[in-house]
Structure formats: structure tokens, C-alpha cells
Ligand binder design. Structure first.
Ligand code: CP
Length: 300
């Protein structure tokens, strides 16, 4: 049985309490994996990993699976909709079931915030947070930092504007907490009813937000909003969208990012998604080496 200290060191529940040194070491290892030509390096061939997604996902779920398979791990994929969760089984009982079958680590995405820490305390294998409610999405933030570092060489002093639905965004939280550790200057821009007053970052106007090294657009999380929270998609786009006109006014060095999925022509115009300054699909590519580093840290 692994000691509690070892278990904590191997798990990744969030970035808020992870040291700068720990984050740096994951990013360095991700750079190593990104430089490898070999598609499969089977260093985890005797390890069993369960990807447990209690909320829908495309990027995170598949890039974890890609990362695990590139390291040769034995992968079990769990989707709530095709499981006994549909019969009322709890998250705890589901994870405990997979643990009792012998998994060595679990990747987990949860709808609610505030239950992961408690769950991790009752499970004896490392858990990796693949997004929990509006709390944290640590591997997304790690791949965001990795992408920024690759472009700018350093995160120190970088001006990062995060624009959109901050209140529902676990990405904004993980990015804010991680970027601050590296001396980046993080600003938020959001309509009043999408702001998160508990987060300690300044809010700026849309005009001000565009004067940044990184402009990170967030998805309007339509599924999490009460009806009527904003007037219409057109109105949102007009006030807070990265339209073609606004994108044309960005400095030539500014990197456009978005964690995706994207609401095209709502928070970002169709033509901007794949423009030359956009790193949106590069972020997705970078997710694989970053998650390889995270899985290796959990299992080696
Ligand atoms: N960025 C992100 O978490 O996307 P998915 O919800 O598709 O995993």
C-alpha cells in the first residue's frame, strides 16, 4: 500500500496548491515527450489506468487515452451513461469498484465541485482531476502554460487576458492560480453576471483586454446558465466576442487561445478559430505530451 505522502505526490487534484517547482517539472517532462519521435514508448506497460468520465468530454478524455496508450499503459474507459451510475450507483462506489479490481491510477471528471478531495482521501490509488465542476481543470491549465511557454519562452511578465464566462470556468481558475506562480499578469474580462467575485484578479474592459500577449477566450457554458442570463448570442458576440474586426486589432505577437469546445460565432468568430495567431488546435496537440508527463508522474 502506498503511503499518504506518496499518494498525494502522485495525484493531481489541482494547481492551486501545487508548487511552481512541481509544475515546472511536469512542463519539462512534457517537453521531453513532445520531442520524442517514437509514437509508443511502453514505460507503463504493467500499469492499469481507468478513465472515469462522469461528465461529457472529447479533448480531455481522448488525449488522456492517447497519452496513456503512447506510454503503453493498459487502459479502461468508463462512461457514466453506459454504467451502473444509470442505476443509481454513486461516484464513490464506482471508483471503489474499479480500485478493488486493481487499477493503478484513475483519471476522473466530475460534474460537482468540492467532492474530489474527499473522494481522493478514501481511495488508495493516485487520482488525476480531468475537470471538476467549476473548481479546477489542472491538465488543461498545464497544457495552456506549456503552449504559452513554447511561444514566448517565459511566463514571467506575460499579460494574459481571460475573456468570457469566468464564473463557470474551472479553466480560468486553474490558469489564474498557475500563471500567478510564474509572475504572469492575469486579467479577466466578463459581463457582470459572468464574473467571479471570489477570485482575486482585476476586471478590465474588452478594449483593454485586447492589449495582451495572450487572449484566452472562454466558452459561454450555455448548459450551465439559467435562461435569460444574457440577451442573445448575437448580443454576447457584439460585446464580448473575439470578432474578426477585434482580432485584426490585436498585436501581431498576440496568441489567441481557447480551451474548446468552441461556440463558433458566439465567443469567437469562425474565421478567427484557425487564423495564423490562433493556438487552439496546438493546445489540443500539446495536451498529449502534457498528459503523458502527468500519467508518468502518477505511475512510475
Ligand atoms: N477543454 C476541455 O476540457 O474539453 P473537453 O470538455 O472536450 O474535454
Amino acid at each position: 500500500m502506498m503511503t499518504m505522502t506518496k499518494l498525494k505526490e502522485r495525484s493531481l487534484l489541482g494547481l492551486k496548491d501545487l508548487s511552481r517547482g512541481e509544475i515546472e517539472s511536469i512542463l519539462d517532462r512534457a517537453a521531453y515527450w513532445a520531442s520524442q519521435q517514437e509514437k509508443v514508448v511502453p514505460v507503463l506497460s504493467t500499469s492499469f489506468v481507468a478513465n472515469m468520465f462522469f461528465e461529457n468530454s472529447t479533448r480531455t478524455r481522448f488525449s488522456f487515452e492517447m497519452a496513456e496508450k503512447r506510454l503503453g499503459a493498459q487502459v479502461l474507459n468508463f462512461a457514466a451513461a453506459a454504467s451502473s451510475v444509470e442505476k443509481g450507483e454513486s461516484i464513490y462506489d464506482t471508483v471503489k469498484t474499479l480500485e478493488s479490481m486493481g487499477i493503478d491510477a484513475g483519471v476522473i471528471r466530475l460534474k460537482p465541485s468540492g467532492v474530489l478531495e474527499d473522494l481522493a482521501g478514501k481511495i488508495s490509488v493516485p487520482l488525476i482531476n480531468a475537470g471538476d465542476g467549476n473548481n479546477e481543470h489542472p491538465t488543461q491549465a498545464l497544457l495552456d502554460l506549456f503552449t504559452m511557454k513554447r511561444k514566448f519562452g517565459t511566463l514571467q511578465g506575460l499579460i494574459v487576458s481571460i475573456i468570457g464566462d469566468i464564473s463557470h470556468s474551472r479553466v480560468a481558475r486553474s490558469d489564474l492560480w498557475a500563471l500567478r506562480k510564474f509572475g504572469a499578469d492575469v486579467r479577466f474580462c466578463a459581463p457582470q453576471n459572468m464574473q467571479a467575485s471570489e477570485l482575486d484578479a482585476p476586471y478590465v474592459t474588452m478594449e483593454e483586454a485586447l492589449k495582451a500577449d495572450v487572449v484566452m477566450m472562454l466558452r459561454v457554458q450555455l448548459e450551465r446558465h439559467e435562461k435569460g442570463l444574457f440577451k442573445s448570442s448575437e448580443d454576447y458576440r457584439a460585446q464580448y466576442g473575439l470578432t474578426e474586426e477585434r482580432a485584426a486589432r490585436l498585436s501581431k505577437h498576440t496568441l489567441i487561445m481557447h480551451p474548446a469546445p468552441v461556440n463558433r460565432n458566439v465567443e469567437i468568430d469562425d474565421a478567427v478559430v484557425e487564423c495564423s495567431q490562433s493556438a487552439i488546435f496546438t493546445q489540443m496537440s500539446n495536451g498529449v505530451p502534457v498528459r503523458m508527463a502527468v500519467m508518468e508522474r502518477a505511475l512510475k
